[in-house]
Design a binder for this molecule. Structure first.
Ligand SMILES: *[C@@H]1O[C@H](CO)[C@@H](O)[C@H](O)[C@H]1NC(C)=O
Ligand SMILES: *[C@@H]1O[C@H](CO)[C@@H](O)[C@H](O)[C@H]1NC(C)=O
Ligand SMILES: *[C@@H]1O[C@H](CO)[C@@H](O)[C@H](O)[C@H]1NC(C)=O
Ligand SMILES: *[C@@H]1O[C@H](CO)[C@@H](O)[C@H](O)[C@H]1NC(C)=O
Ligand SMILES: *[C@@H]1O[C@H](CO)[C@@H](O)[C@H](O)[C@H]1NC(C)=O
Ligand SMILES: *[C@@H]1O[C@H](CO)[C@@H](O)[C@H](O)[C@H]1NC(C)=O
Ligand SMILES: *[C@@H]1O[C@H](CO)[C@@H](O)[C@H](O)[C@H]1NC(C)=O
Length: 551
């Protein structure tokens, strides 16, 4: 896909002032960006790259109400028809994004190995999921949209409503050479038109976002390919022009008479800025454009422009984060609240590992597959002069609810991914006393090892996941899942236990090229023990337990 970020992130806001407003009857949802406690004591099978580290806390992984992983690799939020909506790219089918370096000056990509599609789904295009929630906490999966890769590689979904056509439009990006795709639906829940269509217009490729003015007029910003690059070697990165267009009332075409190039690549080069992964929004009389640092799958700075006119001219607001809070900027999400609109910045929290590529003392590419990553949401806060405050990278945020919910929902559980099932190591959960059940369901997932920037240890694990259940009495039971039947994002597996007393769950594999994982949660039950077994020696993770959806 594209060399630069496939990701652009979004932005959010819950003002701390609003949160502190104890008088109000507003209900708040808690959204977790990072866990403050390391319930797995540094041993989760997913060590970050030392240059990235985990400066703000431990990455968590959210679930839907049915106990499956909530895939929100590039998640955008909206509020329509009295509900919150999240449209997000998924990498659960095992898509990889390899990078050797960056675009060469002649515009060609360096050679990267071509992997056959993984057994699990289609390579490189896992599709888009639509989730809804009334309380911004309990999310329901509404739709799974997966056009064929021969038709479109869909990612970076952003949804807007066309008053003129009565249709919701889902924009999807985007490589540097083709206009964005879109699909339409009568509902934000989908189903989305399939195959997707291609937007009509000019200067709309690579990354984008869509701001909505107070009169309902929509504007698209796009940072488009120019051929200009930063360096004469393979570490070069493209420098994009920045264009804004008003969109036609059907929202699927630009109005070309409004085209304005607010910055040229040459202007950005003169400022030593490389900007992509854009968020664009209107707030209180001003339009804001927030850009991330140009780097494929990298965390980096966030830079801002602002203007009272959506078509410019734009003033440089400067850097509002030096490190993107360890993520990449990914769009701006304007949501209603009882005290007026708020803006949440979406931010893509890439997973990194020790073998990720480093250039010039900087991490240039995170893991080749990002199913284990999530989107952080940070409140955008405004100074009295309408400029933006610097990001503070909060571990959790409070989102004032615009729905008819009057009691703040309980915060979600800070689930952690635990990828310690290897051919020399198993994961075990012990129940003492045993637990009676009818159907045992918990989440598992897989991940092949990154061997370097262009190399993975294969597109899928090379051995099955085995689960052995020991009961208080009687013989144990064994179950096995072929790798092609295991998602790269947490998804439930199910085993009939027919009223028996379950004493122990053991997860093992003979796979040699990666790990199978579970979801771990903070330990709350005294009667359960969770940990790893190596050479028949059990080591307890004393602060964690296996997340079991049901017994
Ligand atoms: C709250 O709003 C939702 C969505 O419009 C609706 O389905 C639900 O019935 C409402 N609940 C109450 C208690 O009014
Ligand atoms: C989508 O990506 C795949 C894998 O990189 C590629 O083979 C295919 O041509 C792409 N499809 C389109 C429509 O660009
Ligand atoms: C939406 O369309 C209706 C008529 O179809 C019109 O009355 C209304 O003003 C429009 N709203 C906006 C925001 O354009
Ligand atoms: C959307 O509106 C533009 C401008 O009126 C028009 O050229 C285009 O054909 C419309 N697109 C569709 C799919 O109707
Ligand atoms: C340009 O910006 C990069 C950070 O993106 C920085 O490392 C470098 O020192 C800057 N170069 C100059 C000449 O300011
Ligand atoms: C793991 O065992 C399965 C049979 O259960 C076998 O097909 C597979 O080749 C084995 N994998 C390895 C890496 O030995
Ligand atoms: C895949 O898993 C599901 C349930 O988890 C099971 O019903 C199905 O038989 C499995 N398929 C294969 C090919 O193992």
């Amino acid at each position: 896909m594209v060399l630069s970020s496939i990701f652009s992130a979004a932005l959010l806001l819950a003002s701390s002032a609003a949160v502190a407003d104890a008088q109000s009857s507003t209900a708040y949802a808690t959204y977790i960006n990072f866990a403050t406690d390391d319930i797995l004591n540094g041993d989760d099978g997913l060590p970050p790259h030392p240059l990235q580290g985990l400066p703000y806390g431990y990455p968590t992984y959210p679930i839907t109400v049915d106990g499956n992983g909530r895939e929100q690799v590039e998640a955008h939020l909206t509020f329509f028809e009295g509900k919150y909506w999240m449209h997000a790219a998924t990498w659960g089918c095992g898509g990889d994004l390899f990078v050797y370096s960056h675009v060469l000056t002649d515009g060609n990509y360096p050679a990267i190995p071509v992997y056959k599609p993984g057994d699990y789904g289609e390579d490189g295009n896992c599709g888009i999921k639509t989730y809804s929630s009334v309380d911004f906490t309990n999310w329901v999966q509404e739709d799974f949209y997966q056009p064929s890769i021969t038709v479109a590689n869909v990612t970076k979904p952003v949804v807007r409503y066309s008053n003129a056509t009565g249709k919701y439009v889902m924009y999807m990006g985007g490589n540097a050479f083709n206009n964005f795709f879109y699909a339409t639906s009568d509902s934000p829940a989908g189903p989305w038109s399939n195959p997707p269509s291609v937007m009509q217009g000019t200067n709309i490729n690579h990354d984008f976002d869509v701001a909505v003015g107070p009169d309902g007029t929509h504007y698209m910003v796009s940072d488009t390919f120019t051929g200009l690059n930063t360096r004469p070697d393979q570490w070069s990165v493209p420098i994009w022009d920045i264009w804004i267009h008003q969109l036609a009332p059907n929202l699927t075409a630009t109005i070309d008479s409004t085209a304005v190039r607010i910055r040229t690549a040459q202007q950005l080069q003169a400022q030593n800025l490389t900007l992509e992964a854009v968020g664009f929004f209107y707030h209180d009389g001003y339009y804001y454009i927030n850009f991330g640092f140009t780097c494929q799958n990298c965390a980096g700075y966030i830079y801002n422009y602002y203007s009272t006119d959506p078509l410019g001219s734009y003033t440089d607001g400067g850097f509002i984060s030096q490190d993107g809070c360890s993520g990449q900027n990914k769009g701006a999400n304007v949501l209603p609240s009882p005290d007026g609109p708020i803006v949440l910045a979406g931010n893509l929290g890439y997973r990194t590992g020790p073998t990720d590529v480093v250039f010039d003392g900087q991490l240039w590419h995170a893991d080749n597959h990002q199913a284990a990553s999530s989107t952080y949401f940070f409140p955008i806060e405004f100074n009295d002069d309408h400029t933006l405050k610097d990001y503070t990278c909060p571990t959790t945020i409070q989102v004032p609810l615009a729905t008819n919910i009057t009691t703040s929902p309980a915060p979600p559980t800070p689930f952690r991914l635990d990828c310690r099932v290897r051919n020399w190591q198993s994961i075990q959960a012990v129940f003492d006393p045993p637990k009676q059940g009818t159907t045992l369901e918990f989440d598992v997932w897989q991940r092949t090892d990154n061997l370097g920037p262009t190399t993975n240890a294969g597109p899928v694990l090379d051995g099955p996941l085995s689960v052995t259940l020991d009961f208080a009495t009687g013989p144990s039971a064994s179950f096995s899942w072929v790798p092609s039947n295991i998602s790269w994002a947490p998804a439930k597996i199910s085993m009939a236990i027919e009223g028996k007393q379950l004493a122990k769950i053991t997860l093992t594999t003979n796979a040699t090229n990666g790990c199978y994982g579970t979801l771990a949660e903070p330990k709350v039950e005294e009667a359960v023990t969770y940990g790893k077994v190596v050479n028949e020696v059990f080591t307890e993770s004393t602060s964690a337990q296996l997340y079991v959806y049901q017994f």
